[in-house]
Design a protein around this ligand. Structure first.
Ligand code: PGA
Length: 250
């Protein structure tokens, strides 16, 4: 399965940051990536990012509202992101779950909205530090998968991102064995629920991925890519992670 290396810029980036996408584009033009590449800038930059990204880099959104349009001040719909040129959208990121009180039900509605709007959904799950300390990691991930991933999920429309909340932006990561354990459990959940479709769905790891640790993480079985925050902001850092991808994984 071809890996996906996705960058999540979060609330970072002004027009000048498009220069990073141009560097990515030019570097990948002379030496193509082995993996699929996605950059999710803030919504204000989606259209302009699409204009400079070229064919080798897809552009995505970071969140969408469940409805296609309406009186929802400040929100953005999947249809709007698609119209701006996005091909994917992240839903259920822990920063949305925690700081905006998003529930599994809402995340599932956003994933369905992504598909309705013609976007791929990257559905995020992951345990907090306290949940890991209590030994609840697999249980929490299973219950988030069950409730946040809608029944119609398919490999060409959906990727799962396992992002331990305590690893995001902290420089801390689980051990390779711990990442492998969770990804194996996610694969078995997806295969049990969706059969071959679940076996073909990409499972990304996210949380303090950088060039120095990406090689080990991306070589793990059932790690089919990465969702990268801080290290996706600078083209040079992101390229280090892109180059660490073996391209395909099982
Ligand atoms: P990080 O963020 O790479 O900065 O830890 C990852 C994410 O939140 O997707």
């Amino acid at each position: 399965m071809r890996q996906l290396i996705a960058g999540n810029w979060k609330m970072n980036g002004l027009g000048a940051s498009l220069a990073e996408i141009e560097v990515l584009r030019d570097t990948l033009a002379s030496r193509p990536a082995r993996a699929d590449i996605l950059v999710c800038p803030p919504a204000t930059l989606v259209a302009r990012a699409c204009a400079v990204a070229g064919k080798a880099i897809a552009i995505g959104g970071q969140d969408c509202h469940p409805e296609p349009c309406g009186a929802f001040t400040g929100d953005i719909s999947a249809e709007m992101l698609k119209d701006a040129g996005a091909t994917s959208v992240i839903v259920g990121h822990s920063e949305r779950r925690q700081r905006h009180g998003e529930t599994d039900d809402l995340v599932a509605a956003k994933a369905r909205a992504a598909w309705r709007g013609g976007l791929n959904a990257i559905i995020c799950i992951g345990e907090t530090e306290a949940q890991r300390a209590r030994g609840e990691t697999l249980k929490v991930c299973a219950s988030q998968l069950l409730a946040s991933v809608p029944d119609r999920a398919a490999p060409d429309s959906t990727a799962i991102a396992y992002e331990p909340v305590w690893a995001i932006g902290t420089g801390k990561t689980p051990t390779l064995a711990e990442i492998g354990e969770v990804h194996t459990a996610i694969r078995s959940h997806l295969a049990g629920r969706f059969g071959d479709a679940g076996r073909a769905m990409r499972i990304l790891y996210g949380g303090s991925v950088k060039a120095a640790n990406a090689g080990g993480i991306l070589a793990l079985r059932d790690v089919n890519g990465a969702l990268v925050g801080g290290a996706s902001l600078k083209a040079e850092d992101f390229l280090g992670i892109i180059r660490a991808s073996p391209g395909a994984s099982s």
